[in-house]
Design a protein around this ligand. Structure first.
Ligand code: NAD
Ligand code: UD1
Length: 352
């Protein structure tokens, strides 16, 4: 019988891609999501992303609409299935929103994680893979950033702080109780979508992140891209990021899951490609992939932004046997396929 894996936030962007991989690797994912950032089509109970995973894989996906902040409801899921591990994606992720409403971010991101840990303890489950972020490194002291780089200094927004605080909770837990096996995956900049074009990133409202914004300019949903800053200490003056294909990222989770029993305590891994591209290079790559013009203008730096952030992914290669394989042009091709097949994301009624 295949192992049950609890996937919190599995209806979201990264979670949905990982669910596809879990199914393809013979695991049985149980998705728990409250759909706060997932579209449910009229007349359905299951989010659109989950229904599309079923189309991609030909398998039925177990889905429960549960808010992790409701401990009773979460407990009922642990009562129902014997999980061998947890993948914890659920949380709020908008940097802007977290600045204007910090308490909501602390309550949801920390509250959900604490409930989850308490349920795990109550049901004797100690294996967890957590969605962390390169944001925990704050302002880079050196490049590329490896896992021994200090964390927690200079994080400029509450969203980023929730990631750091959750990491701290996990580190303390692993120190206090020896049975825990915790993997913190620090994502760099996920881009792209599944090759089918059926699942992808579906920002509600104007995208905060670069590549979804570029894709919406290309399809005509937004008139022009603002490039925030052209005076950074980088080759062309625009920000440099380590863009990683979301399918590579999903595969990193499967590698982490397969390795988790070797972990003693709490271990962090970078999931990035190791190569930085500037905003202008990324725009150029998207132009080529889409064959569309991307009008842009330079605008002042965005508050809290950093110049160059890219990973040293050596540890994940060595210990998880994982490397990112797909290029920036492939990320753009797949993102463009998703954007053209779903001009308004998962919601067909939204105006372009
Ligand atoms: P997403 O918003 O698409 O997915 C998160 C999912 O969690 C959503 O489907 C949402 O409905 C669900 N959710 C939120 N609060 C919940 C709650 N209280 N109970 C149950 N479900 C809840 O985000 P994503 O891009 O797929 O990110 C997944 C994880 O990875 C998040 O924790 C995010 O912070 C982290 N991360 C994302 C990025 C990125 O660029 N996308 C980078 C670094 C880290
Ligand atoms: C942002 C978040 C970070 C989060 C990450 C992944 C901020 C300050 N940081 O990081 O906490 O973990 O997303 O979700 O918001 N850019 C433009 N025009 C745009 C959008 C972005 O020029 O319309 C530039 C940015 O200035 C940056 C680069 O593109 O140089 C990448 O931006 P983005 O995709 O938002 O990612 P991060 O800045 O790495």
């Amino acid at each position: 019988m295949s192992e049950y894996i609890l996937v919190t936030g599995g209806a979201g962007y990264i979670g949905s891609h990982t669910v596809v991989d879990l199914l393809e690797n013979g695991f049985c994912p149980v998705v728990v999501d409250n759909c706060v950032n997932a579209i449910v089509a009229e007349g359905h109970k299951t989010p659109e992303s989950i229904r599309r995973i079923e189309t991609i894989t030909g398998e039925k996906v177990i889905f429960h609409n549960v808010d992790l902040c409701n401990k009773k409801d979460l407990e009922s899921i642990f009562e129902k299935y014997k999980f061998s591990a947890i993948m914890h994606f659920a949380g709020l992720k908008s940097v802007n929103e977290s600045v204007s409403n910090p308490m909501n971010y602390y309550e949801v991101n920390l509250g959900a994680t604490i409930n989850l840990i308490e349920c795990m303890k109550a049901y004797n489950i100690f294996n967890i893979v957590f969605s962390s972020s390169a944001t925990v490194y704050g302002i880079p002291e050196r490049l590329p950033i490896d896992e021994s780089h200090p964390v927690g200094n200079g994080i400029t927004n509450p969203y980023g702080k929730t990631k750091y605080f959750i990491e701290e909770i996990f580190r303390d837990l692993a120190k206090a109780e020896s049975q825990w096996k915790i993997i913190l995956l620090r994502y760099f900049n996920p881009v792209g979508s599944h090759v089918s074009g059926l699942i992808g990133e579906d920002p509600q409202g104007p995208p905060n992140n670069l590549m979804p914004y570029v894709a919406q300019v290309a399809i005509g949903r937004r008139p022009i891209l603002s490039i925030f800053g052209n005076d950074y200490d980088t080759p062309d003056g625009t920000g440099v990021r380590d863009f990683i294909h979301v399918v590579d990222l999903a595969k990193g989770h499967i590698s982490a899951l397969k390795h988790i029993n070797e972990v003693c305590g709490c271990k962090a891994y970078n999931l990035g490609t190791g190569k930085g591209y500037s905003v202008l290079e990324a725009v150029e790559a998207f132009k080529e992939a889409s064959n569309k013009d991307i009008p842009y203008k330079f605008a002042p730096r965005r508050l809290g932004d950093l110049g160059d952030v890219h990973a040293d992914p050596t540890l994940a290669k060595k210990e998880l046997n994982w490397t990112a394989n797909w290029s920036l042009s492939r990320m753009c091709e797949d993102l463009w396929r998703w954007q053209t097949m779903n001009p308004t994301g998962y919601n067909p009624n939204e105006k372009i």
